[in-house]
Design a protein around this ligand. Structure first.
Ligand code: FES
Length: 565
């Protein structure tokens, strides 16, 4: 670690350190800074505002409030831009760009002189990228979340992005909602600044980051438009200065094995997004730790879903927040956590829990005696179809399909699925198992959120709401259904998913945690011998696309690049 402080850190190489510092001061003084200001501890603020990222729409106000906190505590705020990833504005997927943001953020933290850093995270892949960067750069860091939107309303019904985006779009596909109404709905699903207000990936990562200890306690769930969100930004600024002066705690001191276990436990109890398991594996990998899928599954068997939020339950993030948020939830599962773990606030989880607000009569955070579901939100499946594991959010699945055997209907790629899924001539019934392959980290590339295969239109029209679906893709945390994801190894590297043929039988047994292709081993060996790896995708001959294709790891390893761990 660089022992220098403030402006003296990481001098540009001119062969004369004194001259390097002199030159740095010459240029920064062009912005009107005094020597007094420049001698203060410097807190960098990663500015992730972007017109292409509405989930970060309040970033300018957060920067102003965090800067105020920094200056009140005697530090100097220095705002610097980084890549920002808005989920629906990232082609081909935000997952494809997450590692780029992680690399850029890490290198900018290292390259520029700062004693601590505030990372303004929010939309799905931003906080994971920032946590990966913070783990590798390892200077004192706090994630400041933009916060969730308020819930929307339509025809007397509460709406949430994007669980209800999917539900209402499915109704539109089935012919129940016309063109005019779906247009109106598009103006009501995301009514304020902020991140999706259901327990999607953004909210999941905010809660999990609180459990990891990398954001101020109680801050993950504050709505984006509440005054408390700005007070939280100010407090983050103040605390960052204390951490800058004390030179710690550093991310490696916060994100310990115990902290990851706590994060996995919270992930199960909030009924969180399946994406979080990939992100946690990537962040852990930066620290030389591994997220053990078997342990995650075992945690799920004893940690019930307690938070009654969409898509698993009924409410929205603002309701979780006013019910006491994460400190209150962690109080309910205190015996399942290692409460000696510390947070960026300097407090242990035990102290955070002791300060939890008890809200009389609230029903959003259930008690252990009255859980939303007796088990956690996710299960890890193994079997001859997923030797390195697959994940299902069984909390958001149809109970009747959790044990199911059916005929495979295979789609070769996302494009093939898009082309054929609504074909009236497609040979498919509600009992079949829809299989999508070549949609994993390498195959698509970027592991798109295509695992939520739409119900074929002709079946949707007949009232079919859910089917068993299997892929090496991901799914939005806001989605629901009996959907097996992250099958590893993926088909593009020769995983067994590549060997499935339409007509094969597949057995899904979630209670037993099994996923089996009912084809005998001799036949599978024949198919394996005949299989050839798909060529590197068009467009991946150079640049970032090539780097991604050649070095991305599998889902169970977090989809980080192999050289970044
Ligand atoms: Fe940004 Fe949902 S699209 S959080």
């Amino acid at each position: 670690m660089d022992d220098a402080k403030g402006l003296r850190k990481g001098l540009t190489s001119y062969g004369d350190a004194g001259f390097s510092l002199f030159l740095r001061k010459v240029f920064i003084k062009a912005k009107g800074y005094s020597d007094d200001a420049l001698d203060r501890p410097i807190v960098g603020i990663a500015d992730t505002a972007s017109d292409f990222n509405p989930c970060h729409g309040n970033t300018p106000q957060l920067i102003e409030a965090a800067s105020r906190g920094i200056m009140l505590a005697g530090g100097l705020p220095m705002v610097f831009p980084t890549i920002s990833l808005g989920e629906s504005f990232s082609h081909p997927t935000s997952m494809y760009l997450r590692n780029l943001m992680a690399m850029e953020t890490e290198e900018m933290i290292r390259a520029q002189p700062m004693d601590a850093v505030i990372l303004i995270g929010g939309c799905d892949k931003t906080a994971p990228a920032q946590l990966m960067a913070a783990a590798s750069a390892d200077i004192p860091a706090i994630v400041l979340f933009t916060g969730p939107m308020l819930a929307g309303h339509h025809k007397g019904e509460r709406l949430g992005a994007c669980t209800d985006c999917r539900r209402l779009w499915a109704r539109h596909r089935a012919g129940e909602i016309d063109e005019g109404e779906i247009g109106t709905v598009s103006e009501r699903l995301a009514p304020t600044n902020g991140t999706c207000m259901v327990m999607g990936t953004a909210s999941t990562m905010a809660c999990v980051t609180e459990a990891l200890g990398m954001t101020l306690p109680g801050s993950g769930t504050i709505p984006a438009v509440h005054a408390d969100r700005l007070r939280n930004a100010e407090a983050t600024g103040r605390r960052a200065v204390e951490m800058a002066k004390a030179r710690g705690p550093r991310p490696r001191q916060i994100m310990t094995e115990a902290a990851f276990r706590n994060a996995l436990t919270v992930l199960q109890t909030i009924g969180g997004s399946t994406n979080a398991i990939v992100h946690l594996a990537a962040i852990a990998g930066r620290l030389g730790l591994t997220v053990d899928l078997e342990e995650f599954d075992a945690i799920g068997r004893r940690a019930p879903v307690l938070v009654d939020l969409k898509p698993t339950g009924d409410h929205y993030l603002e309701h979780f927040h006013i019910a006491g948020g994460m400190p209150r939830l962690m109080r309910e599962i205190e015996d399942l956590l290692d409460v000696s773990a510390t947070t960026v606030s300097g407090e242990t989880l035990a102290e955070v829990i002791a300060g939890a607000e008890i809200v009389p009569g609230q029903t959003v955070i259930r008690t252990r005696e009255n859980p939303l579901r007796a088990e956690g939100g996710m299960a890890v499946l193994r079997g001859n179809l997923a030797p390195a594991g697959a994940v299902i959010k069984h909390a958001a699945a149809s109970p009747a399909l959790l044990t199911h055997e059916g005929r495979a209907v295979v789609f070769e790629s996302v494009e093939d699925m898009t082309r054929r899924i609504d074909d009236e001539a497609l040979d498919v019934t509600a009992q079949d198992v829809l299989v999508l392959r070549n949609a994993g980290p390498k195959g698509a590339p970027g592991m798109p959120e295509a695992g939520y295969l739409p119900i074929p239109k002709k079946l949707a029209r007949a009232g079919v709401k859910d089917m068993a679906r299997i892929s090496d893709a991901r799914m939005s945390g806001t989605a629901f259904g009996t959907i097996v994801l992250h099958v590893a190894p993926e088909s593009a590297v020769g995983g067994p998913l590549a060997l499935v043929r339409t007509g094969d039988r597949i057995r899904l047994d979630v209670p037993a945690r099994r996923l089996e292709l009912l084809v005998d081993e001799a036949e599978l060996a024949r198919r394996r011998a005949a299989w050839t790896a798909p060529p590197r995708p068009a467009g991946a001959a150079r640049g970032y696309a090539r780097l991604f294709h050649d070095t991305v790891l599998q889902a169970d390893e977090g989809c980080d690049f192999d050289f970044l761990r």
